[in-house]
Design a protein around this ligand. Structure first.
Ligand code: BEZ
Ligand code: FE
Length: 288
């Protein structure tokens, strides 16, 4: 098209496509161009603003490494990561939630009743529950991949004082689909703010806090892998998670328990001399 105008540019873009474009690619690119063009027209994007966007994205690329992906963080704070989760979350199963950048593959295995706390500071918490299928049937042999921060709000990969796998563990459900482990009560923490995404938070008057949470990936043969999080119901940031990860079925009461109530069959059994908190959380998986 020779005399392209603001009215015809989206149509011209489409007209440049070849004949054999994959239908999904066609749909994604056509809709993307439509929304980007409409956005520029609606806000009357200036050259300075356009240049600032390009410089911003360049900075996001420059700061991104294998350990730190600023593009993912950008998607997280824009709500895009959570929106993709919501679109594909099955209402018959436990809600999914953001993976975040701090998952580490192949953490050490924990037995049933294993201990993630070890000699770390923090309030002792017993986390237990079952992994079940759509009709509530127990799933034995399901794998739970669990991770969280230490009480300083840092994941092991952010903190030289922690071992690589501190607060990372892998456990398998028993024949009744049960799991149990001890850990410390998670704390709220901030997403990284020292890069360009931090400037977006600043410019929009947003804080960088996430409510305290425990990350879980549940995998079982024949079921969809679930990436989710468990949040305590008394966290001050539950209604303002900067990455939009909270869902009501993921918010749990941490119940106060006396030392004498600590169950048998745990790795810590017999050593617990203090009160602890207990959270019961069942994970419901849907068929693959
Ligand atoms: C996290 O929960 O680990 C996380 C999620 C999104 C951005 C940063 C951290
Ligand atoms: Fe996290």
């Amino acid at each position: 098209m020779r005399s392209v105008t603001a009215e015809t540019i989206t149509e011209a873009f489409l007209g440049y496509f070849g004949d054999e474009v994959n239908p999904r690619t066609h749909q994604l690119m056509e809709r993307l161009a439509h929304h980007v063009h409409e956005f520029a027209k609606e806000v009357e994007l200036t050259h300075d603003e356009w240049r600032a966007c390009i410089e911003f994205l360049t900075e996001v690329g420059n700061i991104t490494t294998a350990e730190r992906n600023e593009f993912v963080l950008l998607s997280d704070v824009l709500g895009l990561s959570s929106l993709v989760d919501m679109i594909h979350s099955d209402p018959h199963g436990t809600s999914s939630s953001v993976l975040g950048p701090f998952h580490i593959s192949n953490p050490p295995r924990l037995p049933y009743g294993g201990d993630l706390k070890r000699d770390n500071d923090g309030e002792l918490v017993l986390v237990q529950g079952r992994v079940v299928g759509p009709a509530g049937e127990p799933i034995s042999g399901a794998e739970l991949d669990i991770w969280q921060t230490a009480t300083n709000g840092m994941y092991s990969s952010q903190d030289d004082a922690q071992d690589t796998f501190n607060f990372h563990g892998l456990m398998t459900t028993d024949e009744s689909g049960r799991y149990a482990f001890t850990t410390v009560k998670p704390v709220p923490y901030t997403v990284p703010t020292d890069g360009p995404v931090g400037r977006i938070l600043d410019a929009t008057g947003r804080h960088p806090w996430r409510p305290s949470h425990l990350h879980v990936i549940a995998r079982a043969q024949g079921f969809r892998t679930l990436v989710t999080e468990i949040f305590p119901d008394d966290d001050p940031y539950l209604d303002q998670d900067t990455v939009f990860g909270v869902r009501s079925d993921l918010v749990m009461r941490y119940q106060a328990r006396a030392a004498a109530e600590f169950p048998d069959g745990m790795v810590l059994s017999g050593q617990v001399e203090t009160a602890f908190e207990q959270v019961d959380f069942d994970l419901r998986l849907v068929a693959d």
